[in-house]
Design a protein around this ligand. Structure first.
Ligand code: GLA
Ligand code: ZN
Length: 672
């Protein structure tokens, strides 16, 4: 959990790198940051090389000075362990720490996030550093959280990883014949007789492109193994900190929909989730919201920390457009609206050299308090002080769950066929975005979540049904729930082996259908269908399905081609509930209409109905509910309040009825 006992308001601050600056600048920093309302700094993110100048020496002198400075200025600290870049001397002395890329090339020293997760050197010295830091700084009560490494990620295909992969497989499958079975190695004569015949799947072996493999089984297991290996790095540093500080609140900064790491698994190990939000200016607000909701969803709906965002601009996009005036504030509150209890930036002061010197910062190269960005940061700082503890710890209540699953993401996109355009997140987003655009609160949940609190569970492209997960859905529907899934669902088990007996495999009885074939449409091709008298395009995939107990919901099936007339939307009454199936992809307009109907049928209401571009969410606790109204539009927008509400930031009471919200403005409202 976020360490609320140490917070008296939304924590406001972020990454601070005084080690890049002479000391004279530090004092100026402190004054400017305090004046901007900054009360927390993340320190020590990339300092391993100076903390450990050689194998036997640790030198914390400069960090001590920084810690004292920050403490004397009344700031809280999120202390990082600095293990996201190994020192150059370590790479020279122990090359096992260097990664091997997907192309099979051994890296030399350089870049960051560059350590092999299975390197004995990395494991030994990263844990040692975390432990030494915890020991050294254990008495600083202004440390509110520990930040392990930084943006864990990437992958490695070195010999140590290959060996560790075999051990991981042995643990999972016990005997080599089981591996042969689950990877179906009888195909193309890939039978293994000994564990050490198994090699890492990359361009040197099973892959011909990054996402294209001849054996899905091994590639999928390698992804699971790599996510687990990197997680072990996180856990071993966390354990090192907790051995010394059992009550420490430990986290690492995640990255939203980051494909290589199964964050549902990660979140179970983390005290609280924190993440870095770097949308492109052109991203829809719903897309940004989707990542926030995932970050809340991976830890069962618990609030999270917004660990990083840029106050103004990034440096790594092809076009690094400025956040327009008001957008930093708007997106900060959007994070809070979806469950964040901190608002933090990368970075406090813009550095003068290397690749991030033009990345946005609270303090720019001019060091000016007159800068637009500084002024916006300071204005938000004032507001957050006024809000105080009010929003902290509040939860989001939702009757709709969207199922998201990394194994499904990986396996759908490793699949050779049916369509190169079938992208897991695109299909997921179709559902999320229309629900968000209509202001329904949505929880993003894992396949093994408890569905009992929801009315509607949607599992887009639920291709892989693992273990007995179908039984959970069955009892959810039997007990009155509504389940909705789509084409390319129920095909395989957890090993990506097809469930024989007809698609959608284990979901066939629940859905009451048999999918006999699926037709992949090239981009320029469409079929069509109509629903409640209106015709919509059918795109991407068209299932050819037979009803086996389910009823047809669309008007009269596909409009053209040899499967004209076959059902597109089906509904199967099962127990007290219903299971719906959508056999093709369509337009936003269709999803909006169809999902509105499903929600209405269930009595599920949006938080507030608003004109397009105005986003609304709610968070609540035993004291009450806060409604977040965010105007993403470039112009003032009129909305209607159903009842009188009080603005938490200004204290002003708004009567029921019409209400103007300025462009990019935000209101946090409470019923009066
Ligand atoms: C990431 C990193 C930071 C910084 C920012 C720049 O989130 O964690 O160290 O590089 O990106 O956008
Ligand atoms: Zn490796």
């Amino acid at each position: 959990m976020i360490p609320y006992e140490k917070l008296d308001k939304i924590a406001y601050g972020g990454d601070y790198n005084p080690e890049q600056w002479p000391k004279e600048v530090w004092l100026e920093d402190m004054e400017m940051l305090k004046d901007a309302g900054i009360d927390i700094v993340t320190l020590n993110v990339f300092s391993w090389a100076s903390l450990q100048p050689n194998e036997s020496t640790y030198d914390f002198k400069r960090l001590d000075e920084i810690m004292e400075l920050v403490k004397a200025n009344g700031m809280k600290v999120c202390l990082a362990t600095s293990t996201a870049v190994h020192p150059a001397w370590m790479a020279k002395k122990y090359p096992d720490i260097l990664r091997v890329g997907f192309d099979g090339r051994k890296r030399k020293f350089g870049d960051r996030h560059n350590s092999c997760p299975n390197s004995p050197t990395y494991r030994k010295y990263s844990v040692a550093l975390a432990e030494k830091l915890a020991e050294h700084y254990k008495d600083y009560d202004n440390i509110v959280a520990w930040h392990i490494s930084n943006e864990f990620g990437g992958e490695c295909y070195c010999e140590n990883c290959e060996k560790a992969f075999r051990v991981w497989l042995q643990k999972k499958y016990k005997v080599i014949d089981e591996v042969n079975k689950v990877w179906n190695t009888a195909f193309w004569g890939h039978t293994f007789y000994d564990w050490d015949e198994i090699v890492a799947p990359n361009l040197n072996s099973e892959h011909f492109e990054y996402d294209r493999t001849t054996f899905q089984g091994i590639s999928l297991d390698y992804r699971r193994f790599m996510s687990d290996s990197i997680l072990e790095c996180y856990v071993s540093e966390q354990d090192a900190v907790k051995n010394i500080l059992p009550d420490a609140a430990v986290t690492t900064n995640l990255m939203g929909f980051y494909k290589p790491l199964d964050y549902f698994k990660w979140a179970k190990e983390m005290d609280f989730v924190s993440w870095d939000n770097y949308p492109a200016n052109e991203d829809s607000y719903a897309k940004i919201a989707m990542a926030h909701d995932l970050m809340r969803g991976i830890k069962n709906g618990e609030p999270f920390a917004l660990m990083e965002q840029t106050p103004s601009v990034t440096n790594w996009l092809p076009y690094n457009a400025l956040k327009r005036p008001g957008v930093m504030r708007l997106w900060s509150y959007q994070a809070v609206a979806h469950g964040a209890d901190t608002v933090m930036f990368f970075q406090m002061r813009r550095s003068i050299g290397a690749c991030e010197k033009y990345h946005g910062a609270v303090i720019d190269h001019a060091g000016s308090r007159e800068a637009r960005v500084y002024k916006e940061v300071a204005a938000l700082g004032k507001e957050l002080k006024r809000i105080g503890t009010k929003t902290l710890g509040m939860k989001t209540k939702s009757e709709i769950a969207l199922m998201m699953d990394w194994d499904n993401w990986w396996s759908v996109e490793y699949s050779a066929g049916p369509s190169q355009n079938l992208k897991y997140l695109d299909e997921f987003a179709r559902f999320y975005e229309v629900l968000r655009n209509m202001n329904y609160n949505v929880d993003i949940v894992s396949a093994d979540a408890d569905f009992s609190g929801y009315q509607l569970v949607i599992a887009p492209v639920y291709y892989m049904v693992k273990g007995n997960d179908d039984e959970k859905i069955l009892s959810f529907v039997k007990n009155g729930g509504t389940f909705l899934t789509t084409f390319f669902s129920g095909y395989v088990d957890e090993h990506d082996l097809v469930t024989i007996g007809g698609y959608p495999g284990k979901l066939r009885d629940i859905l009451g259908i048999w999918v006999e074939e699926e037709d992949a449409l090239p981009e320029e091709m469409e079929n069509e269908f109509s629903y409640k008298g209106k015709t919509y395009p059918a795109t991407l995939l068209c299932d050819l399905l037979h009803l086996e107990g389910a009823g047809q919901v669309d008007d009269n099936g596909y409009g053209t081609d040899f499967y004209k007339g076959m059902p597109v939307i089906t509904k199967n009454a099962f127990g007290n509930g219903n299971a719906y199936y959508l056999a093709t992809a369509s337009t936003e307009e269709f999803y909006r209409t169809f999902l509105t109907d499903l929600c209405e049928e269930q009595g599920i209401k949006p938080v507030l109905e608003t004109p397009a571009g105005v986003e609304v969410t709610s968070r609540e606790n035993e004291k009450g509910q806060l409604v977040y109204i965010l105007n993403h539009n470039d112009s003032e927008t009129e909305l209607f309040l159903p009842s009188a509400m009080q603005d938490v930031i200004t204290g002003k009471i708004h009567p029921a009825g019409a209400f103007q919200l300025a462009a990019k403005d935000v209101k946090i409202m409470e019923k009066v």
